[in-house]
Design a protein around this ligand. Structure first.
Ligand code: CDP
Ligand code: MG
Length: 681
C-alpha cells in the first residue's frame, strides 16, 4: 500500500486529458518565449488548451511568486466564470482561492488568488485604480480575435503600459490565424498609414519584442453541407435538421447556432416536444439553451456530460462560437446569422440586428464539430450565399456607441483620444457622436476634458453613461435610494421575470400587481420593494409572482455594490422605504424619479403617436414598445427609454417611462437647443 497507488487510482477522468492536449507538447517553448519576449502571440484552435493550460504553466513556472498574479481576460462573462471553475477543478482548489474570477458586480477572488480570469472590461476598470496594473506579472488577452470593444481598447492600453513596465509579459491569444496583425500592433510604433509607406523588406515581424507560436491542435475533417435552395425560415429548417441528424447519423452531440433567445427557445421547445414522442428505449434527445441572458446555473448544463443513450442538442447564440469549449460536439448546424450590435451615429440608435456572419465565423463554427472525431456541419444557406460573405466581421469598435470607451480612456488620463493607438481606429463620426453625447451629459467640458467630479465618477461607476448620469443626478432630485434600485434592476441580464411558456396570461396578471402607470422603471422599483419586504427569504413567493429568485437576489447584490461606489465618492445614501408618494415641495416621488431619469436619458426620448407607435424626436424613426414593456398597450405622450433594439423590420424600445416634453429642454437645454427644439414644438 504505497501512496502513489492510492493517488493514481483517485485521479478522475476529467483531469487526465490535460497532458494529452495539443498545447502540452509546446509547454517548454511557450514558457521560454514568455520568459524571453515581452509579447507572445499564441494561435490555436478552440479546445487546444490555451485558456485553461497557459495560466497553470505560468503558475508552475513561478510567475506567481512574490504575490504577483496572472490575469486572463475574456470578452464574455460566461467564459470568465466557466474557465475559472474548470481551472480550479484541475488544480483541485476552491474557486476564489488560488483561482478566481472577476466580472462586473461579481468578484470571486481573494488575497490568495494567483490566477484570475476576468472580463476585458474589468481589467480596464482595474487600470483606473492601478494604472500600470502592477499586481500582474503576466496578462493574457484571450480571444483577441473576437475584437471586442474592450479587448481592442485593452490592447492599446497594454501597449502603453508595456513600455513603462519592462517586467510585464503579455500573451495575446487568438483562435484564428490573424496573429501577425496583433504582433505588428505591438512592434509597430508608427501610425498605420505612415507605416504602410515604409517598404516592408527588412521588417522582421516581431523582432526582439515578440514572437508568434502556433499550436497546431489536432482537428478532424468536418464535412460541410449546404442547402440547395435558400431557406424561408431557418429556425424551422434547423429543427428539421436536428430530427434528420438524430434519425440518420451516428452518435454525437449537436450544436446549433441561432441569433437570439426567442429563436433558441422556439427550437428548444419543439425539440423537447419531439423528444417526448420518441420510443423510450431509443436514443433520446436533450435540448439545452445557451445564451448570454440565461442564468449562470442554467448555462452550466451545457458543460455537463451527456446522459447515457441521449444526444444533447445545444441551441446557442454566437456565445458558443469560440470562447467556450463544449465537449462531445459532432454536428454543427449554422444558421449563417449573428446578432450584432451596430450603432448609427446619425440617429444615435443602438440596434441589435441579425447580420450575415463572415467566412471566418462560418469556418470557426464548422470547426466546433471536429474536435474529438470527424464531424459534419450543416449550413442553413446555399454555397452561393457563402461565397458572398465578408472575410471577417467588422470589429466592434467600428460599429459601437463609443461614449463609454471615450469616457474610460479619458479617465485613464488619455486626453488625445483621436491619436490613441487603436489596433483599428474607429470612424470619425462615431467619435464625434460619443463626444457630443458626453458633452451633453456634462461628462466632458468645452475643451473635451473630463469634468470633475461628474465625468470622473461616471467613468468609475460600472454602468453606462446615461444611467450613470441619472444615478449621479439622483441626490439633486432626492431619489438616490430609488435610482440605485432602478439601476440595479436595469442591470439584470435577462430581466427579473420568469417567462413560462403557455402561461402568458397568468404572468400578465402577476405583473399587474406591481405595474405603475408611469411606466417600466417605477414598476421595477415596485418589484424590488416587494421582493425585499416579502420575498427575500422566500423562493416560493417569487415563483408565485413569476419572478426569478436568483435574478432578484442578484439585484440586491448589484445594488449594494453600486451603493459602495457612491459611498466611495462621499455620496451618502439615505435609504427610503419605497416609491410611496411623498409630496414634499408639491412634487411626488414618482415624478421626481421620472425627472431624474430624464436628466440621464434625454437623448433617448420619443413621443407616442395616435396609432400607439412611437416616433423619435426628429420624427424619422418609428419605434414600437417591446411586448415586455408596460407601454406595449398603454397610452402615453412623451417617454424616455433605456434600450433600443431592432429585430427584423421593427425598432423596439424597452424599459419605457412617461415624461413631460418640457423636461427635455429643462434638463438638456444644449442637446435640444438647435433644430431638434424646433421639431419638438
Ligand atoms: O482556450 P482553448 O480553446 O485553446 O482551450 P481550453 O478552453 O483551454 O480547453 C482545453 C480542453 O479542456 C478542451 O479541449 C476540453 O476538453 C477541456 N475543457 C472542458 O472539458 N471543460 C471546460 N469548461 C473547459 C475546457
Ligand atoms: Mg479559450
Amino acid at each position: 500500500m504505497t501512496e502513489p497507488e492510492i493517488g493514481s487510482s483517485f485521479i478522475p477522468a476529467l483531469f487526465k486529458p490535460s497532458a494529452l492536449l495539443p498545447i502540452a507538447q509546446h509547454r517548454d517553448v511557450l514558457l521560454y518565449l514568455i520568459e524571453t519576449f515581452p509579447v507572445t502571440v499564441v494561435v490555436g484552435h478552440t479546445g487546444s488548451g490555451k485558456t485553461t493550460q497557459i495560466p497553470q504553466y505560468l503558475h508552475q513556472a513561478g510567475w506567481t511568486t512574490n504575490g504577483k498574479q496572472i490575469a486572463v481576460t475574456q470578452p464574455r462573462r460566461v467564459a470568465a466564470t466557466s474557465v475559472a471553475i474548470r481551472v480550479a477543478e484541475e488544480m483541485r482548489c476552491e474557486l476564489g482561492h488560488d483561482v478566481g474570477y472577476s466580472i462586473r458586480f461579481e468578484d470571486m477572488t481573494s488575497q490568495s488568488t494567483r490566477i484570475k480570469f476576468l472580463t476585458d472590461g474589468m481589467l480596464l476598470r482595474e487600470a483606473l485604480v492601478d494604472p500600470l496594473l502592477t499586481k500582474y506579472s503576466v496578462i493574457m488577452v484571450d480571444e483577441a480575435h473576437e475584437r471586442s470593444l474592450s479587448s481592442d481598447m485593452l490592447l492599446g492600453i497594454l501597449k502603453k503600459i508595456r513600455k513603462k513596465r519592462l517586467d510585464l509579459r503579455l500573451i495575446i491569444s487568438s483562435a484564428t490565424l490573424d496573429a501577425e496583425s496583433f504582433l505588428n500592433f505591438f512592434t509597430n510604433d508608427l501610425p498605420v498609414t505612415a507605416a504602410a509607406m515604409v517598404p516592408a523588406a527588412g521588417a522582421v515581424p516581431g523582432g526582439d519584442l515578440g514572437k508568434i507560436i502556433s499550436l497546431e491542435g489536432k482537428s478532424y475533417q468536418v464535412d460541410v453541407q449546404y442547402l440547395e435552395e435558400p431557406s424561408e425560415d431557418y429556425v424551422e429548417t434547423a429543427v428539421q435538421t436536428i430530427y434528420d441528424i438524430h434519425k440518420n447519423e451516428s452518435e454525437g452531440d449537436i450544436l446549433v447556432f441561432l441569433t437570439g433567445r426567442e429563436e433558441i427557445e422556439r427550437v428548444v421547445q419543439k425539440v423537447a416536444e419531439y423528444a417526448d414522442t420518441l420510443n423510450p428505449n431509443a436514443p433520446g434527445l436533450l435540448p439545452c439553451p445557451f445564451y448570454a441572458g440565461l442564468p449562470t446555473d442554467q448555462q452550466m448544463y451545457v458543460f455537463e456530460p451527456t446522459p447515457d443513450n441521449t444526444r444533447k442538442v445545444i441551441v446557442a447564440t454566437n456565445i458558443a462560437e469560440a470562447s467556450v469549449t463544449i465537449p462531445g460536439i459532432a454536428y454543427v448546424i449554422d444558421c449563417g446569422f449573428v446578432k450584432l450590435r451596430a450603432y448609427n451615429p446619425t440617429t444615435g440608435i443602438d440596434t441589435l440586428t441579425a447580420t450575415s456572419i463572415s467566412k471566418a465565423s462560418a469556418t470557426q463554427r464548422a470547426g466546433r464539430a471536429g474536435r474529438t472525431k470527424p464531424g459534419k456541419c450543416f449550413r442553413l444557406y446555399t454555397e452561393a450565399s457563402y461565397n458572398t460573405l465578408p472575410e471577417a466581421t467588422v470589429p466592434e469598435i467600428q460599429r459601437s456607441n463609443l461614449a463609454p470607451i471615450v469616457l474610460q480612456l479619458k479617465a485613464l488620463g488619455i486626453d488625445n483620444i483621436v491619436r490613441f493607438d487603436f489596433i483599428t481606429p474607429p470612424p470619425a463620426e462615431l467619435m464625434l457622436r460619443a463626444f457630443e453625447l458626453l458633452y451633453s451629459l456634462g461628462a466632458v467640458d468645452d475643451y473635451a476634458k473630463l469634468t470633475r467630479p461628474l465625468g470622473m465618477r461616471m467613468a468609475e461607476l460600472a454602468v453606462e453613461p446615461m444611467l450613470g448620469k441619472a444615478l449621479l443626478s439622483a441626490p439633486d432630485f432626492g431619489v438616490l435610494s430609488e435610482m440605485l434600485t432602478i439601476a440595479a434592476m436595469l442591470n439584470l441580464q435577462g430581466g427579473c421575470w420568469f417567462w413560462h411558456e403557455g402561461e402568458k396570461k397568468a404572468h400578465e396578471t402577476a405583473r399587474r400587481k406591481f405595474a405603475a402607470d408611469e411606466g417600466d422603471h417605477i414598476t421595477l422599483l415596485n418589484v424590488y420593494h416587494a421582493f425585499i419586504t416579502k420575498g427575500k427569504k422566500d423562493a416560493k413567493w417569487c415563483r408565485d409572482n413569476y419572478l426569478n429568485f436568483k435574478a432578484m437576489s442578484r439585484a440586491v447584490s448589484v445594488r449594494n455594490q453600486l451603493r459602495k461606489y457612491l459611498e466611495k465618492f462621499g455620496i451618502n445614501v439615505q435609504e427610503s422605504l419605497g416609491p410611496e408618494v411623498l409630496t414634499a415641495g408639491g412634487i411626488g416621488k414618482p415624478e421626481k424619479i421620472r425627472r431624474c431619469l430624464t436628466a440621464g436619458y434625454f437623448a433617448q426620448s420619443a413621443r407616442m403617436q395616435p396609432d400607439g407607435t412611437f416616433r423619435t424626436v426628429d420624427g424619422e424613426t418609428v419605434l414600437y414598445a417591446h411586448p415586455t414593456s408596460l407601454m406595449f398597450n398603454r397610452k402615453a405622450d412623451w417617454v424616455i427609454f433605456h434600450e433600443i433594439m431592432e429585430t427584423g423590420s421593427k425598432v423596439y424600445i424597452r424599459d419605457v417611462t412617461k415624461i413631460e416634453k418640457s423636461w427635455l429642454t429643462e434638463y438638456a437645454p444644449e442637446y435640444y437647443q438647435i433644430e431638434k427644439a424646433r421639431q419638438i414644438i
